[in-house]
Ligand binder design. Structure first.
Ligand code: MN
Ligand code: MN
Length: 470
């Protein structure tokens, strides 16, 4: 090899040149990333809703020595506890060696994903076909949700409080459901509609049956037959839909994508692709220096409102309870805390280069994305992490062998969005966004790269096992 020229040496020293996984990961580490993603893909298939994500996370936490937290219980370094917030959000903690007053480390991801929610009174019959009426949840392109196999997940709570859990459509032997679309032959008018109205929200009605009850000649006998099937299987009646949370989601599981199997296609990567690494990172701890907290939040896709969303006081109450055990004021803990608000970000898509700015956007297979700010129209609605915090994570991730890159949520004034970062930052916690770059975000089949998923695990582990403060 020839000697490097002066200019080449100077460029190496002075330029910021992002690295790819291919340039930095050994063959062994790439294989580790692939192996890590096997567990992630199982988690995806077992956790298609926020409730299932909590149930599965608790099952794995208990296998990893975590116990249900009881307010006021004695705690010491190395203790592992979890707090189940109404079955839809979860906090886990491993108590650190240092006083909790020095702050905690928080990895916070969300476990709700865009979908179709059933309306309170969803079941109806129209021309001998039975349907479930829905109200979509989160930012979806409605045309993506027609003519694909769908499954039904969730709970109905009977008047007496009995909870009936439903999951139909994901086992090979299960039936699936779907929303129908118009044949192209007769769609000339439909195809002229602007895309947001191509499929209308009120037409996202899920077909669930077509056969009448026995030889009944009466009206609505297809609906009657469906209700009878539901009664025989679950003991529920139509009124039980009034007190239910039933979610319609894609019926297919996570799959390897590409002949090289470098990508994962699945429903619900946003944001289980951060939730799962935030879990495996806290599971990997023994006695961290700082108390480590993993947060799995609900309701992010509709604004983080409510008592299971990140705008609720539940997280600060949980940390206050931990702090009280040690006689420490919660505000002192929060002020000194560090948080990676974990959420996905847009990856550069060569088919749509116009929506991002290439010097500041994330790419697949270049590691996790550290995102200084999100927001829209002049950074509105973001906590915008400080230069000091960015410097801390630059150093910390480099020192811990985390492949990472920077990202933005699109070109200026093209659109934008937000994450839970600002709600945690508003608690006086030092917070920055970090997550996995993604293609086809919010589609029924989203794409991420395996090396990036593994780097999310390494990034959260680096945070939760940190020895230094900001
Ligand atoms: Mn998200
Ligand atoms: Mn989202």
């Amino acid at each position: 090899m020839s000697e490097k020229t002066k200019a080449e040496q100077l460029k190496e020293k002075l330029y910021y040149t992002p690295k790819t996984a291919a340039e930095t990961l050994s063959v062994e580490e790439t294989a580790q990333a692939d192996a890590y993603c096997v567990g992630y893909m199982q988690y995806l298939d077992n956790a298609k809703t926020e409730r299932e994500a909590v149930t599965e996370a608790i099952a794995q936490a208990e296998k990893n020595g975590f116990v249900a937290y009881k307010r006021g219980q004695a705690l010491k370094a190395g203790d592992r506890v979890y707090y189940n917030n109404r079955g839809k959000s979860l906090f886990l903690a491993v108590i650190g060696e240092k006083s909790i007053e020095e702050g905690v480390s928080i990895a916070a991801a969300h476990i709700d994903s865009p979908r179709l929610d059933l309306k309170p009174n969803p079941l109806y019959e129209d021309n001998d076909l039975a349907y479930l009426d829905t109200h979509y949840y989160g930012g979806i392109k409605k045309y993506q949700w027609v003519a694909i196999p769908l499954s039904l997940h969730g709970v109905l709570v009977k008047k007496d409080g009995t909870v009936v859990t439903v999951a139909i459509g994901d086992k090979p032997e299960d039936p699936v459901f779907c929303v129908t679309d118009l044949l192209p032959h007769l769609a000339a008018d439909q195809m002229k509609r602007p895309a947001p109205e191509l499929i209308k929200g009120e037409d996202l009605n899920v077909l669930i049956g077509s056969r009448p009850f026995l030889d009944d000649e009466g009206s609505e006998s297809v609906k009657l037959n469906i209700l009878n099937i539901l009664f025989e299987k679950y003991g529920i009646v139509e009124a039980d839909f009034l007190s239910a949370e039933l979610e319609v989601v894609p019926a297919f599981g996570a799959r390897d994508v590409g002949l090289d199997r470098s990508l994962i296609g699945a429903y619900g990567h946003d944001d289980r692709v951060c939730a799962y690494p935030a879990l495996t990172a806290i599971f990997a701890l023994e006695k961290p220096a700082y108390t480590a907290v993993t947060v799995l939040a609900d309701k992010e896709e509709i604004g983080s409102d409510g008592n299971t969303g990140m705008q609720s006081a539940a997280l600060s109450y949980f940390i206050a309870d931990l702090a009280a055990t040690f006689g420490v004021e919660v505000r002192h803990v929060l002020t000194n805390s560090l948080c990676l608000s974990a959420d996905v970000n847009v990856a550069f898509d060569p088919l749509y280069p116009e929506v991002v700015e290439k010097r500041n956007c994330a790419f697949l297979n270049r590691g996790v994305v550290l995102t200084k700010y999100t927001g829209a129209r002049g950074k509105s609605g973001t906590s915008d992490a400080s230069a000091e915090l960015m410097a801390f994570f630059r150093r910390h991730m480099d020192e811990n062998g985390v492949l990472w890159q920077i990202g933005e949520l699109g070109r200026v004034d093209v659109g934008g969005g937000g994450t839970v970062a600002k709600y945690i930052a508003n608690l006086d916690v030092n917070t920055v966004d970090l997550g996995v770059p993604m293609l086809s975000m919010h589609a029924p089949f989203e794409l991420v790269a395996k090396t990036d998923v593994y780097m999310a695990h390494k990034a959260f582990l680096a945070l939760l096992s940190r020895n230094e403060k900001l």
